[in-house]
Design a protein around this ligand. Structure first.
Ligand code: 3PG
Length: 307
C-alpha cells in the first residue's frame, strides 16, 4: 500500500483535508498527516516511509529528500516551488510537481483586500481614496496576474502589464496594456502587483531604481516572494517618500524597522495568507492528491517541474 505524507506547517482547511483523504482512500493509499509541526526533526521522521508527499511552503530541502528513502513524488500544492530542492529531487529520481493556477484567484483577491484596506486608511474613520482611475502594473502575467487584471478592470483601474515570457498580443487580448520593459511599468504605475517567482535572476531585483521611479502614491503589492525585494532599497524609498506604501503577504526581514518608522504605510499578515481560503485549499490540495494518484497509476508526469 502506497503511503502519502501530507506535511503542512500551515494546515489546509479541514474540508480540503477531507477531500484529499477521499482521493487517496479511493486509490487504496494510506495517508499520514503532519500538520503545524514546529521542528524539522518531525518532518524528517515523518517522511522516512513516504512514497509520495504533499507540501505547501514547507521546506523540502536536500536533507528532507535524503531522509525519504522510498519517495518517488513530491507535489507542492500551490504555484511557487522555490521551497523544493529540485537538484536533490532529480539526483534521487524524485518527481517534483506544482499545481499551477489552483490557488490563483485567492492570491489575487488578497492583493485587492490589502489595497482597499490601505487606501481606506485601515478603516480608521478618516477620509480615504478610491482605486477607480488609478494605474496598476502587473509584474508578470501568469495565472495570478490574469486574475488581478480582471479584478482591477472591475474596479475601473487602468491596467498595464509586463511579462517577458508572454506575447504582447496575448496580454492585450485581455484588454490590458502590455508595456515594453519593467522600467516602463514601474514609471507608469501607482500600484505594482508583483507575481514573479523567486529564482537566481529575480532575487533582490525589485530595487531602488524601479521603486523610486514610481509616480506619486506609489504602492508596491507583494503576494509573490519576499526574496525578490531588495530590502535596502525598500527602506531607502520608505525614508525618502512619505507617499510610498508596501503591502505584502510576506513579512520582510526588515519588518522591525518598517513597523517602528512607517506606521500606516505597510501591511504584513501573521502568516502568508494569499492561498489561505478553503476554496484554494480544496483546489490545490485535491489537485495535488489527484496528480499523485495519476503518477503512480498511469505514469502521468504532467506538471513535473524538475527533469
Ligand atoms: C504559492 O506559491 O502557491 C503561494 O505562495 C501559496 O503558498 P502557501 O500554500 O504556503 O500558502
Amino acid at each position: 500500500m502506497k503511503k502519502i505524507l501530507v506535511a503542512t506547517e500551515k494546515p489546509f482547511a479541514p474540508v480540503a483535508v477531507e477531500g484529499i483523504k477521499n482521493v487517496f482512500d479511493k486509490a487504496g493509499y494510506e495517508v499520514m498527516m503532519l500538520e503545524k509541526y514546529t521542528d524539522k526533526a518531525d518532518l524528517l521522521k515523518a517522511v522516512e516511509t513516504a512514497d509520495g508527499m504533499i507540501i505547501r511552503s514547507d521546506q523540502a530541502s536536500a536533507e528532507v529528500i535524503e531522509a525519504a528513502a522510498n519517495l518517488r513524488i513530491i507535489v507542492r500544492a500551490g504555484a511557487g516551488y522555490d521551497n523544493i530542492d529540485l537538484d536533490a529531487c532529480t539526483a534521487k529520481k524524485v518527481v517534483a510537481m506544482n499545481t499551477p493556477g489552483q490557488n490563483s484567484n485567492a492570491v489575487a483577491e488578497l492583493a485587492f483586500a490589502m489595497m482597499l484596506y490601505n487606501i481606506r486608511n485601515g478603516f480608521n474613520g478618516t477620509s480615504g481614496s478610491e482605486l477607480r482611475g488609478k494605474t496598476i502594473g502587473i509584474h508578470a502575467y501568469g495565472n495570478v496576474g490574469k486574475y488581478v487584471a480582471t479584478i482591477a478592470k472591475g474596479f475601473g483601474m487602468i491596467v498595464h502589464a509586463f511579462d517577458p515570457f508572454v506575447k504582447k498580443e496575448d496580454i492585450e487580448k485581455d484588454g490590458v496594456n502590455a508595456v515594453d520593459s519593467v522600467e516602463e511599468l514601474y514609471k507608469k504605475c501607482q500600484y505594482i502587483s508583483l507575481h514573479i517567482p523567486a529564482n537566481e535572476k529575480t532575487k533582490k531585483s525589485i530595487d531602488y531604481k524601479l521603486l523610486s521611479s514610481m509616480p506619486k502614491g506609489a504602492t508596491l503589492v507583494n503576494t509573490a516572494r519576499k526574496e525578490v525585494i531588495c530590502e535596502d532599497s525598500l527602506l531607502k524609498v520608505f525614508e525618502e517618500r512619505t507617499d510610498f506604501n508596501y503591502l505584502s503577504d510576506l513579512v520582510p526581514d526588515c519588518k522591525d524597522i518598517v513597523k517602528e518608522k512607517f506606521a500606516g504605510r505597510y501591511i504584513f499578515p501573521a502568516k502568508k495568507m494569499g492561498a489561505q481560503t478553503s476554496e484554494a485549499n480544496i483546489n490545490a490540495g485535491i489537485a495535488a492528491a489527484e496528480q499523485i494518484v495519476a503518477f503512480f497509476e498511469k505514469g502521468d508526469n504532467t506538471f513535473q517541474v524538475n527533469r
